[in-house]
Design a protein around this ligand. Sequence first.
Ligand SMILES: Cc1cc2nc3c(=O)[nH]c(=O)nc-3n(C[C@H](O)[C@H](O)[C@H](O)COP(=O)(O)OP(=O)(O)OC[C@H]3O[C@@H](n4cnc5c(N)ncnc54)[C@H](O)[C@@H]3O)c2cc1C
Length: 354
Amino acid sequence: VYNTGHFDYLIVGQGLAGTCLGHCLESKFKRKIFVVDRDSGRDCSRIAVGGFNPLVFKTFTPTWKSLEFIPFLYEFYKGFGDEYHIEMISENPVLKTLKGEDQRRLWENKSTSEPSSFFMDDRIRGSIDGTVGPYGFGAVKQSGNINMVGMLDEYRHHLKLNNQLLEQSFDYSLLEYKEGNIEYNGIKADKIVFCLGHNNTENPFFKYLPFKLTKGEALVIKVPNWNPDGIVHNKINIVPMGEDLFWVGSTFSWDEIDTIPSQTGKFYLLKRIKETLTMDFEVVDHMAGIRPTVKDRRPLLGEHPKFKNVFVFNGIGTRGVMLAPYFANELAEHMENGKELEREVHIRRFSELK
Ligand SMILES: Cc1cc2nc3c(=O)[nH]c(=O)nc-3n(C[C@H](O)[C@H](O)[C@H](O)COP(=O)(O)OP(=O)(O)OC[C@H]3O[C@@H](n4cnc5c(N)ncnc54)[C@H](O)[C@@H]3O)c2cc1C
């Protein structure tokens, strides 16, 4: 049984984007929302480990807008954790394997000058047991990972409990749209927001947006008695999950866009693990997903240029964990209070060109 009343928002898609937006609209703006999401099990939010890292490793400079995202991220996920009584943020610093004397010197220099110093520990770690790293490891401050699956599960549970969730594939032919009024399967709403991740390519309203999707693969491995005290980064991330399990990822592929774990992906990850670990390990799982990456590498937010009250929140790409809370809030502020969206993320940048 679901609620067929009148809602402020109908959200389609409950991945990381839809969850952050739904939570923001309910908690901060006290809005009534309804969600349609199919139960797909392995969409990209569910296979991503939820890592966040505000440092570009080629240059040791902060990533795009990370000085704004990071404080926002801590507050947002902590707020979610407090409300739903779950631990949301693991304090697992990313430990970057330094590649030679030059890179070690660069770390030493950058870690003592702003703004890089906000995110770089100036004490280089000499060694980590069981790990290859002759030049040491640089720890990234304010990096770690969130409890992504826990968050999605808790929020879904909350929606179910309150009859605010319809678990089905959204059927576009059932959407009635008349001059800005929205009705879907007996559910009426003032606004509809599509948060479909890579599946947006099937969305008749927004499929014109220029995605450049990327496939990513990850492994879960078991390494008994290895305690790196952080996320070891050596081109790939090895993320502690507890009970001797580690998430290892990821690959990037632009040619074969599907969700099938491949031998090529596995081979690449195994090679990297062997370059990093001196311990024995066993592969427990292998996953593949599609990231909602955009041609200009910026998120996609805003109202449809022709259809009033039809919105999109997508394109959070490779760094969804950092971007989703901040832009969920920006979009909510835009829809609720008319706050202007930055041009860089507004979908108008593309519809203007059409
Ligand atoms: C291997 C891998 C590792 C990654 N690691 C990280 C990481 O460490 N840190 C990081 O920040 N990011 C990471 N990412 C990227 C991250 O996963 C994405 O940025 C983020 O999860 C995208 O969330 P989303 O909500 O936009 O999309 P999705 O997670 O794809 O969610 C879309 C939702 O919409 C639903 N949906 C779609 N179409 C329909 C429909 N027609 N009807 C009903 N429901 C529908 C789906 O079921 C799903 O629940 C990784 C990605 C991959 C593939």
